[in-house]
Design a binder for this molecule. Structure first.
Ligand SMILES: C[S@@+](CC[C@H](N)C(=O)[O-])C[C@H]1O[C@@H](n2cnc3c(N)ncnc32)[C@H](O)[C@@H]1O
Length: 268
């Protein structure tokens, strides 16, 4: 099944993925993916092959369903994208039966907004999330990101309360969560690791090792384009992805043996 998210993937400029001293797998680059991702949190943010993710989910979780944990969820754009993807594949009723969501972010004010269903939407994104919004645009909306930059010129809208409630938005620190067992079949930590670094360079190795140890065998870890290395920030070319691989995570491959970017697993 190939779903069409055309319209959100207009910027097809790609930079080469650097792999430092870790394994250098033959990454294929589906046309949809850009590195690094465009700024801001967007529906179907273009650093992930959402179609491929849909195929993998269908193959792995159609029978069992899955508990999904999204860390660094921000205003929830990622959750809404994923839920929409699952609803397109399974229909709303079945998707609801099969998948549960916990969405966390360290910032309380972000979570408060997410719990109210306030979501920042770009004009080009509105058509992608038809049926998900109940209220019109708030032209005074501002959205403050973790690094304090303010994204202006976007509109804030209100999401369908049923979908908001289903997300279970909660404040939480990923760095603390990894110290305990993580009961999830899919964990999304996308474009968030760079905000958790302790030495100005990269996420502590110990944190990724704890993540590996505490996640269920067979669980999928979905990361973002920034985890492949922000050239300006990582002068030593040490993307977080290398550290994930060194911690034990395996890059997921498709049927042709090509590695699917941004999708890793803890082998069962
Ligand atoms: C750039 S946003 C990424 C949003 C979304 N995952 C995406 O890719 O579009 C990074 C988010 O990570 C959150 N964050 C930073 N440190 C965190 C931590 N230790 N635990 C959980 N969330 C964190 C920030 O508050 C921010 O909302």
């Amino acid at each position: 099944m190939y779903l069409n998210f055309a319209g959100n993937f207009m910027n097809l400029n790609r930079t080469k993925v650097a792999f430092g001293e870790a394994q250098a797998p033959k990454y294929h680059q589906p046309a949809l993916i850009t590195y690094p991702p465009g700024s801001g949190n967007h529906f179907f943010r273009n650093d992930l092959d959402w179609n491929k993710l849909g195929e993998i989910i269908t193959e792995r979780f159609s029978g069992s369903g899955a508990k999904i944990l999204i860390h660094g969820c921000s205003d929830g754009a990622e959750y809404y994208s994923l839920n929409l993807l699952l609803e397109r594949i399974y229909g709303r009723k079945k998707a609801k039966e099969l998948f549960s969501f916990t969405c966390k972010d360290i910032r309380e004010e972000v979570i408060e907004k997410a719990q109210k269903g306030l979501i920042v939407v770009q004009p080009t994104e509105v058509s992608l999330i038809k049926g998900y919004l109940i209220a019109g645009p708030d032209s005074k909306a501002r959205f403050q990101t973790h690094d304090m930059s303010i994204v202006r010129g976007m509109t804030s809208r209100k999401a369908d309360p049923d979908l908001v409630a289903r997300a279970n938005f909660r404040q939480g620190d990923f760095m603390e969560d990894v110290k305990e067992k993580i009961d999830a079949d899919m964990i999304f930590v996308r474009n968030s690791f760079i905000y958790m670094e302790d030495d100005g360079k990269k996420i502590p190795k110990s944190c990724l090792i704890s993540l590996y140890e505490n996640v269920n065998p067979g669980a999928l870890l979905i990361v973002g384009g920034l985890e492949y290395g922000d050239k300006e920030k990582y002068e030593d070319g040490q993307p977080t992805v290398n550290q994930l691989i060194n911690a034990g995570f395996r890059a997921v491959e498709d049927e042709q043996g090509n590695i699917v970017e941004c999708i890793f697993e803890k082998p069962s």
